[in-house]
Design a protein around this ligand. Sequence first.
Ligand SMILES: Cc1cc2nc3c(=O)[nH]c(=O)nc-3n(C[C@H](O)[C@H](O)[C@H](O)COP(=O)(O)OP(=O)(O)OC[C@H]3O[C@@H](n4cnc5c(N)ncnc54)[C@H](O)[C@@H]3O)c2cc1C
Ligand code: FES
Length: 264
Amino acid sequence: MRNQYYHAHIDRIIEHRANVRSFIFDTGELNLDSSPGQFVMVWLPGVGEKPFSLSNSFRIAVKNVGPFTEKLFEKKGGYLDIRGPYGRGFPNIGKNTAIGGGVGIAPLMHLLYLGNLATGFVLAGKTKEDLIFLEDIVRRFEGNYVTDYSSKNVVCVTEDGSYGIKGIATDASIPKADHNYYVCGPEGMMEGVAEKLVNEGVGSERIYLSLERYMKCGAGICGSCSFSGYRVCADGPVFRYDKIKDLPHFNEWKRSRTGELVEI
Ligand SMILES: Cc1cc2nc3c(=O)[nH]c(=O)nc-3n(C[C@H](O)[C@H](O)[C@H](O)COP(=O)(O)OP(=O)(O)OC[C@H]3O[C@@H](n4cnc5c(N)ncnc54)[C@H](O)[C@@H]3O)c2cc1C
Ligand code: FES
C-alpha cells in the first residue's frame, strides 16, 4: 500500500507567506494514516518527484526554493499525485516540546493536530513572517478566542527581533518537556538546539531531530539519501540525537543529486 499513488484532490491552498504555502487535500479520497515526522513523495509528471513532510495526514507545507517547488506553486487547485507515508517519525508518546525553524515548524504541527502531543512549542525564524502556523499553535494551547497570540508555552524567536525574542533558536528559553524534545529545521540549528538541551541536563536520548537528505525513491531502495550508513528515508527521517551526534555526516556532509558528498 505504501507505494500506491494517490491522485489527491487539492481542497485548499493556504499562503503563509509569499514563498510558503500549505496544500490541503480532500480527506474523502485520501487516508494516509501518518504519524508526526513522516513524509510523502509528490510527483509532478515531467518535472520530478520530491519529499515533503506531512503537517497532518492530508496536508503538506511547501517552501518555494527551486525548480520543482516553483512548478508546484503554479498549482491553483486540481490534483497532485502523491505516495506514502514514508519514514519513521517522532515517537507517539506523552507530552513533548516541539522546536521548529522556518518551514521546519510544519511537520511539528502534526503533533498538535494528532491530539496535543506537544505541551511546549518554540518557533524560530529570520523574521515574524517565518513563524508559520503561529496563530494556529497559540490557539491550540490557549483556546479558540485568543486575541494577542501570546502563550507561556509558545516561545518565539526572530533574528531581526520583529517578534518574540531577538536572536536564534538557541537563544530561546525552551519549555520543559515531560518526555521528549522534537526538533525540525536546518541541521546546524538542530545541532545547536540539541547541544543546548544537553548542556541544560536533558539526556541526548530524549532529543529527536528530523534530517533532510536528497531523496529519489523515498522508500529505502536507491541509497541516494545515504547518511553515515543510514538511509534517511527509511531509517529516519527522525533520528534520536545520541545515535547520530558523532556520525561523520551529521551537520557536515550531504549527497548531491548525483551522489557526490558535498559540505552542508
Ligand atoms: C524527508 C524530507 C522532508 C521534507 N519536507 C519538506 C517540507 O515539508 N516542506 C518543504 O518545503 N520542503 C521539504 N523538504 C525539502 C524539499 O524536498 C526540497 O526543498 C525540494 O525537493 C526542493 O526542490 P526544488 O527543485 O524546488 O529545489 P532544488 O533547487 O532542487 O533544491 C533546493 C534545496 O533543496 C535540497 N533538495 C533538493 N531536492 C531534494 C530532495 N529530493 N531531498 C532532499 N533535499 C532536496 C537541495 O539540496 C537544495 O539545498 C523535505 C525534504 C526531505 C528529505
Ligand atoms: S531515497 Fe532511496 S533509499 Fe532513501
